[in-house]
Design a protein. Structure first.
Length: 248
């Protein structure tokens, strides 16, 4: 599983390095991978601190956004009228540009972590909502009738049947939402200068330090890959019975 993408990555990096060296590309236009590695090694504390801050914003937003989406999904899955009332508002949240909302949240909540968490929450809300509603309704009718015949309560049907059916959809939504939460955190950090990878990217871009900028992007990519791989591992362990885990 790991070897093919690793080999492909090494080929891309080797080609990139050779092309930059042979074509004598200016460092401010496109740094070589070796220059990016030097930039990361020169200031590891700076990048680690930025990663810690951005990861906190992203995970906080992921928890708030997906948690609120799941609660609303439960309500919508049990009531068609409420679904018709809530779904247009969810679409409104989806289509609203994050770059337009972030400055307003900073004005309302200040320059602390709250607006960053909220931006990450807004951008992760819709994928979880749609997937969770679909999953909670994707139940086996015969299993539903069987539980009803046993006089199972609504809570028992929800926990034993609906959540069980929704797990593949919820974990799939998490795999989508994790990279989005990082995007939301970085975008919000561009708007307020109190740390994070967004500020590192903004500062290095202003100083034409392209190697540092690529280093920050590399750190974000590594965080995204690690978190996505963690969700895939959980998916394999939890959904070993489901056909969706066969290719993981």
């Amino acid at each position: 599983m790991v070897l093919p993408p690793l080999c492909a990555l090494l080929v891309v990096l080797a080609t990139w390095e050779a092309w930059v060296q042979l074509r004598d590309v200016k460092a401010y236009l496109l740094p070589a991978p070796s220059a990016v590695a030097v930039a990361l090694a020169a200031e590891p504390g700076r990048f680690l601190e930025g990663a810690r801050v951005s990861l906190g914003h992203a995970l906080g937003g992921l928890a708030v956004g997906t948690g609120a989406a799941f609660v609303l999904a439960v309500v919508m899955a049990h009531s068609r009228p409420l679904e018709r009332a809530i779904y247009p508002l969810a679409i409104l949240v989806k289509v609203t540009p994050v770059v337009a909302v972030a400055p307003l949240l900073i004005i309302w909540f200040g320059f602390g972590p709250v607006p960053k968490v909220l931006v990450a929450a807004l951008i992760t809300f819709f994928p979880m909502l749609v997937n969770a509603v679909t999953g909670l309704r994707s139940i086996d009718p015969s299993a539903f009738d069987f539980l009803r015949a046993l006089n199972a309560s609504r809570w028992q049907i929800f926990w034993k049947l609906r959540v069980y059916a929704a797990l593949p959809y919820i974990l799939a939504a998490l795999r989508i939402s994790i990279p989005l939460s990082l995007v939301g955190a970085v975008v919000s950090e561009w708007m307020s200068g109190d740390g994070g990878m967004g500020q590192i990217i903004l500062i290095d871009n202003g100083e034409f330090d392209t190697a540092g900028l690529f280093g920050a992007v590399t750190v974000l990519a590594v965080i995204g890959v690690v978190l996505t791989a963690l969700v895939a591992y959980i998916e394999r362990r939890v959904l070993f019975w489901h056909e969706s885990s066969a290719g993981l």
